[in-house]
Every structure is written in structure tokens, then in C-alpha cells.
Write a protein that binds this ligand. Structure first.
Ligand code: PLP
Length: 452
């Protein structure tokens, strides 16, 4: 048999999410109020998030039960398949065993619905009628639009203007689910108007879109905010990926030696690797973990581990994380989901503790890897996922040189069906291998808040 699929029965969808905070060697740095420099409490976050999500944000419980209505929705596409990529192994002529967990089987085409469904559910439970959010390339917006539609919540999405113009089909998907989509910066918020006054042609950024959505939620009693990555509760919801993978490796009678995931805000990477890292922290088997980031937005390898804002207008609390500075505008490479200045505090914390290593790749390399993968396995990866594909291929090629037969597993966090313009540009030789923008980053980092 060529490509082999390991699929758990439906009733084996995890009953709990895994909270790595229970197993950390040292506690996470507290989130701070930028005005006072003091740790914030649940009440400070209550205007923005449903209370159950705030509790999960700070919970030290190892297992947090997945509500049955959330599992019900998960059942539509979970458990997601774990594939053994035999045709790719053959194409690479490697003794390595290559596996990938495929999250593109969700209705929105990525891992994002794993948390979108949970967030919509907890907001609905609390009687919330409206949610405001941001989206970059549109993956998060479409996942939350689907989940909000299922639970009967109104959704307003601030979509980074350059994507709003370049990705009409993602917008079409969100509007099909009944969401309202606005290009950001917009004239509907103080944050948006301030940016437009300074630069009427601003193409927007995730940091700006977050400021707009947070402002809308903070100013109305019936509206909450939702974030698709970075926060502890988001990473928690994504752990269904790794929990399933652990069981699927049992079915395959194997265990990974190397785990690979791409990192934008850190959620698909964390969801895939945290259950394995947790097993190791509790005395289980060791595994080498690799995070892959774009060389044009390298928060883990070139950022500072420092307190910073999550958005451009400085409306969020301060989180200790790897950051390129909240005003950093990454170059316009095609993996929109990886164009964020910060990194999840939990992922940053584990990087500091050397629980994983990070590599960075430019988009010429990642698209070459994505095309090679598609030709072998028949699935076109999202441009973000191509980063993980590239590193997994390089690990497999190292095995070819050394003759080692390692098991390499990566998270194929989404398909690229809405990203075909990027592939067209790649085939036409129009993509640029953006350099690491050292000067821009130095400038953005010089503006870090002086706390902590
Ligand atoms: C949003 C997104 C990412 C980046 O976000 P993470 O939180 O780092 O996972 C990566 N891949 C895909 C397909 C996405 O939609």
C-alpha cells in the first residue's frame, strides 16, 4: 500500500483538552496591565471574553472536559486522519518514516475550527449575542463565521485590507455563513480612523485589525472579542490534534522521533506538540520538536523575549512573549497566517526552556516543498503549512545521509484551496524570497514598553 491512513473511530474523539500549564517546570509570567504594571485578574478580561474562557486561560488543571455540544460539532470532521506518506518517502528516497496529521478536513479547511467552535459555544452559553474578531488571510474569520453560524451568534470580522482585496473567496465564505466583513483599517473605530488619517492607503496588518475588533468589543455590552491564536485557551482547544495523534501512533505501532509544526501565533504547533511534550515532562519518551517560522517574520529566532502588546494601537494587556515589536509590519509574503509580530506566551516560555528548536525558511523554499508534497501525496498544503512540509523534508533528507530511520511527523494544518493565487505566482516565477527585515525589526523593537 502507498499512502496509509490511520483513522480512529469517532467515539475516540478526546473527551478532554490537555492543559500544559499543569506540567510546566516554572510558571508562566503573568499578564500585566499596561497602565499599572500589575498582573491583571479575571475581571479585567471580562469585558472581552466569556468567563469560561478566562478560567481556562489561567487554569492549572491538566485535563479540561470538552463540552458535549462541542464534541458533537467536532464529530463532523474529527478524528482527523494521520497519514503515512509512503509516496513522499519514495520520492525522497529516504529511510525515514514520514507521517502527517491532516487538519484540512475541517469545513473551513484548517485547524482553526477546533477553537472557533469551543469559543462560540462558551459565548453562547453565557448569552452573548455578538462577537467581533480580526482575520489576516481569512482562515480564522471563516472558521469563526462557521462556528458562530452553528451557535446563532452575530459575527463582525475586521479583515486586513490587503487580504480583503486579494482573497475575495475567503470573504465570500464568511459572508455565506452570515458574517459581516470589513476591510481594516476601517472608518468604524478610533484605531482604524487614526491609522487612515496617517496613511489613507494603509494595507493594514493583523495588529491593526486586532485593535479594531478589541475596541468594538470593549465599547459594547452585548459584544465579546475572539482571538484565533496566541492565548492559552486557544492553544488548549487545539490539543485535540496531538491527543488524537498519540492514539494514532499506537495504532501504527510507532512513535515519532521528530515532530514539526509551523508557527504564526503558535496554536497549530502547540496543539500538535504539547501533548507529546507533556508526556515527556511527566517522565515519558523524549521527542525532538521543531518549530518552523518564515524568515521574513521570525519572532522566535530574531525577536526579543519581553513584555509587549498584542496589537498595534496598544489596547491589549501586556504578555511576555517572543516579539518583533507591535508596530512591525512584515513584508507581504504569502503565508498570511504567519504574519504576526508576537508568539504565544506558552510557546515562548517552552522555547526559553529549550523544549524545542526553531528554524526559519523563506517562501521560495517553502513553496518548492509544498509542490513536491502535493505531487507525491495529492494534497495542496496551505502556504503556512508549507513551512512544516519544508522542515519535515529536510529532516527526512538528513536521514538519507546518515542512514537513520527516524519517524518524522508534521502537522499539515490546512489545505491551500483558497491560496491558489500564491501557487500561480510561484509557478510564474513571481515570488520573492524576502530577506529578514533587520532594520524594520530593530525599529519596532526600540518601541517595546518598559515593563517587567
Ligand atoms: C492561522 C493559521 C496558521 C497560523 O496560526 P497558528 O496559531 O500559528 O497555528 C497556520 N496555518 C494555517 C493553515 C492557519 O490557518
Amino acid at each position: 500500500m502507498d499512502t496509509v491512513k490511520y483513522l480512529l473511530p469517532e467515539e475516540r474523539i478526546p473527551r478532554s483538552w490537555y492543559n500544559i500549564q499543569a506540567d510546566l517546570k516554572t510558571p508562566l509570567a503573568p499578564v500585566l496591565n499596561p497602565g499599572t504594571g500589575q498582573p491583571i485578574g479575571p475581571d479585567d478580561l471580562a469585558p472581552l471574553f466569556a468567563m469560561e474562557l478566562i478560567k481556562q486561560e489561567v487554569s492549572q488543571e491538566r485535563e479540561i472536559e470538552i463540552p458535549e455540544p462541542v464534541r458533537d460539532v467536532y464529530r463532523q470532521w474529527r478524528p482527523s486522519p494521520l497519514f503515512r506518506a509512503r509516496r513522499l518517502e519514495k520520492a525522497l528516497d529516504t529511510p525515514a518514516r514520514i507521517y502527517y496529521k491532516y487538519e484540512g478536513v475541517s469545513p473551513a479547511g484548517s485547524h482553526k475550527p477546533n477553537t472557533a467552535v469551543a469559543q462560540a459555544f462558551y459565548n453562547k452559553e453565557q448569552g452573548i449575542k455578538k462577537i467581533a474578531t480580526e482575520t489576516g488571510a481569512g482562515q480564522w474569520g471563516s472558521a469563526l463565521a462557521m462556528a458562530s453560524c452553528i451557535f446563532g451568534i452575530e459575527l463582525k470580522v475586521f479583515m486586513v485590507r490587503v487580504s480583503f482585496n486579494q482573497k475575495p473567496y475567503r470573504r465570500g465564505l464568511m459572508e455565506t455563513f452570515g458574517a459581516t466583513v470589513l476591510p481594516s483599517p476601517s472608518d468604524q473605530t478610533n484605531a482604524g480612523r487614526a491609522i487612515l488619517a496617517a496613511n489613507p492607503n494603509s494595507s493594514g496588518s493583523l495588529g491593526i485589525a486586532i485593535s479594531e475588533a478589541v475596541e468594538v468589543a470593549a465599547q459594547s455590552d452585548d459584544t465579546k472579542y475572539a482571538l484565533g491564536s496566541v492565548l492559552n485557551h486557544v492553544l488548549l482547544h487545539q490539543t485535540v490534534i496531538g491527543l488524537e495523534a498519540i492514539e494514532q501512533f499506537e495504532m501504527a505501532d510507532d512513535y515519532p522521533d521528530v515532530l514539526v509544526g509551523c508557527t504564526g501565533g503558535g496554536s497549530n504547533f502547540a496543539g500538535f506538540v504539547f501533548p507529546f511534550i507533556g508526556a515527556k515532562l511527566r517522565g515519558g519518551r523524549a521527542v525532538d520538536v521543531i518549530a518552523v517560522e518564515p524568515s521574513a517574520c521570525p519572532s522566535l529566532t530574531k525577536g526579543k523575549f519581553a513584555y509587549d502588546f498584542g496589537d498595534t494601537a496598544h489596547t491589549t494587556p501586556l504578555m511576555k512573549m517572543h516579539t518583533l515589536g507591535s508596530t512591525f509590519m512584515p513584508p507581504g509574503f504569502h503565508a498570511g497566517g504567519l504574519r504576526y509580530h508576537g508568539m504565544a506566551p506558552l510557546v515562548s516560555h517552552l522555547a526559553q526552556e529549550n523544549e524545542f528548536t526553531t528554524v526559519s525558511y523563506d517562501q521560495m523554499r517553502t513553496f518548492a516543498a509544498g509542490v513536491q508534497f502535493a505531487q507525491a501525496e495529492g494534497i495542496v498544503p496551505a502556504p503556512e503549512a508549507n513551512h512544516a512540509v519544508a522542515a519535515a523534508i529536510d529532516e527526512a533528507l538528513k536521514c538519507k545521509e546518515s542512514g537513520e530511520s527516524k519517524a518524522i511527523a508534521f502537522n499539515l494544518c490546512g489545505h491551500g484551496h483558497f491560496d491558489m493565487q500564491a501557487y500561480l505566482d510561484y509557478h510564474a516565477g513571481k515570488l520573492e524570497a524576502y530577506e529578514y527585515p533587520a532594520e524594520e525589526i530593530a525599529m519596532a523593537l526600540s518601541g517595546l514598553p518598559s515593563v517587567g
